[in-house]
Design a protein around this ligand. Structure first.
Ligand code: PMP
Length: 426
């Protein structure tokens, strides 16, 4: 079936009238190559169908929640069974205790758990607990890191005040000197150091954590009585069956979780060690849907699958197959790719492509061939993918390289021109 997007276009036009900009936030395709679909009808396993019926092998996995495949029958059965009995009630079900037990069993540093809905809820709670614990204000955050969309951390300052964003000092991820300088600048007011488990910022190469940096962050927090917070919302359980910094031998005081912990059902979590328990009990946080039982039931099954299946090894092997195949195909077609980050969370960009023009054309050609890639955000491999899915992506990639090779000289991507303007202004 030839690729068409008439239904998507019509919906987008109607959306313009009733939704600001037609769409907002990270799932807006405003900054994606032209024609990327905005609206979807169905998702199953590793596959996604847009409203026009085009099928994609989906390498975005819902921006992270899809770990065991969309509509995973075992996880969804637990969700539906619990929903039938009662979901959002006047109080939580027993699942809340079972899930707190399961999470603290799974994650080494954690002695307690609190549940919420979005990653931003969990990172904001971490911030409040650190300030309550230390009675200090200043937090250190890596430049360019994403921790959510609340006024203190949303990447666009519009609608926030300087006081919303006060008491933050920025450091360079993986750079011990820069981290130490930021700690000095905090003086006697250090409440917390925030770190993402890997550097997974948009538009730039990903970086694995330098163990010396992670260890120094731990030491500096200990020296100053501050809390170390690992924001595992995006990478949690994709790198390890524990907090991701277990891989570099560093245990935080708090870790924030979301996305994959219930395979797409709405729940997030903040985990903490006993050091932070009293402070966690001393803040007021809540939400109408935070105690809903069905997502907790789904999360319990997801955690069991995390503990008992080889999903992690599978996603790594599939990611490595994709990485090797893309390198081979790129070289054969005369291109050099930069494939950064863990194989199961790949970010793929072209060398010599500061304007992203090659990347945009290549991604667009992949999309039209049924493979949903992202040109500037890390992607995800899910455990429902098969080698056949990876090979389908590799075939599409090979054709897409030819499209880029055969195109004439490429102009800059107009919709990204704000980026170069922002850089000039920086
Ligand atoms: N932290 C990180 C590292 C994230 O990747 C995200 C979401 N992409 C968040 C926090 C915020 O999560 P949410 O969108 O669920 O609020």
């Amino acid at each position: 079936m030839a690729w068409t997007n008439s239904k998507d276009s019509a919906l987008r036009e109607r959306a313009q009238a009733v939704i600001p900009n037609g769409m907002y936030g990270h799932q807006s395709v405003m900054l994606m190559p032209d024609d990327y679909p905005q609206f979807f009808s169905r998702a199953e396993g590793a596959h996604l169908w847009d409203v026009d019926g085009n099928r994609y092998v989906d390498f975005m996995c819902g921006y992270g929640p899809n770990l065991f495949g969309y509509a995973n029958p075992t996880i969804d059965q637990a969700y539906f069974d619990r929903a039938k009995l009662g979901d959002t009630m006047t109080g939580p079900g027993e699942e809340m205790v079972l899930l707190a037990e399961a999470m603290t069993k799974q994650v080494t540093h954690a002695d307690w758990a609190m549940f919420c809905k979005n990653g931003t809820d969990a990172t904001t709670m971490a911030l409040m607990i650190a300030r309550n614990h230390t009675r200090k204000s200043t937090i250190l955050v890596a430049k360019g890191a994403y921790h959510g969309a609340a006024p203190w951390c949303t990447p666009l300052k519009n609608g926030t005040t300087p006081s919303d964003r006060a008491n933050q000092i920025f450091y360079d991820y993986n750079d011990v000197d820069s981290l130490e300088a930021a700690v000095r600048a905090a003086g006697t007011d250090l409440a917390a150091i925030f770190a993402s488990p890997i550097k997974h910022d948009t538009f730039i190469d990903q970086e694995l954590p330098n163990p010396a940096y992670a260890r120094r962050a731990r030491e500096l927090c200990d020296e100053h009585g501050a809390l170390l917070i690992v924001d595992d919302v995006r990478a949690g359980f994709r790198l390890a069956r524990d907090c991701s910094w277990a891989l570099v031998g560093v245990q935080p005081d708090l870790s924030s979780w979301g996305k994959a912990i219930a395979n797409g059902h709405p729940i997030s979590a903040l985990l903490g060690s006993n050091v932070a328990r009293a402070a966690a009990g001393g803040i007021y946080v809540t939400g109408s849907y935070w105690f809903s039982a069905a997502p907790m039931a789904a999360s319990l099954v997801t955690l069991k699958m995390i503990a008992e299946t080889d999903y992690l090894e599978r996603t790594i092997a599939l990611g490595e197959r994709l990485r090797a195949g893309l390198n081979e195909s790129a070289t054969r077609n005369g291109f050099a790719l930069r494939q950064t980050g863990p194989a199961q969370m790949p970010l793929i960009m072209f060398d010599d492509d500061d304007s992203h023009a090659k990347g945009y054309l290549w991604n667009s050609a992949m999309m039209k061939r049924g493979v949903y890639f992202h040109p500037w955000h890390n992607m995800f491999i899910c455990a429902a993918m098969t080698e056949a899915d990876i090979d389908e992506a590799l075939n599409a990639a090979d054709d897409a390289f030819k499209v880029v090779r055969q195109s004439g000289p490429l102009g800059p991507v107009e919709k990204l021109s704000f980026l170069s303007r922002a850089m000039e202004g920086a």
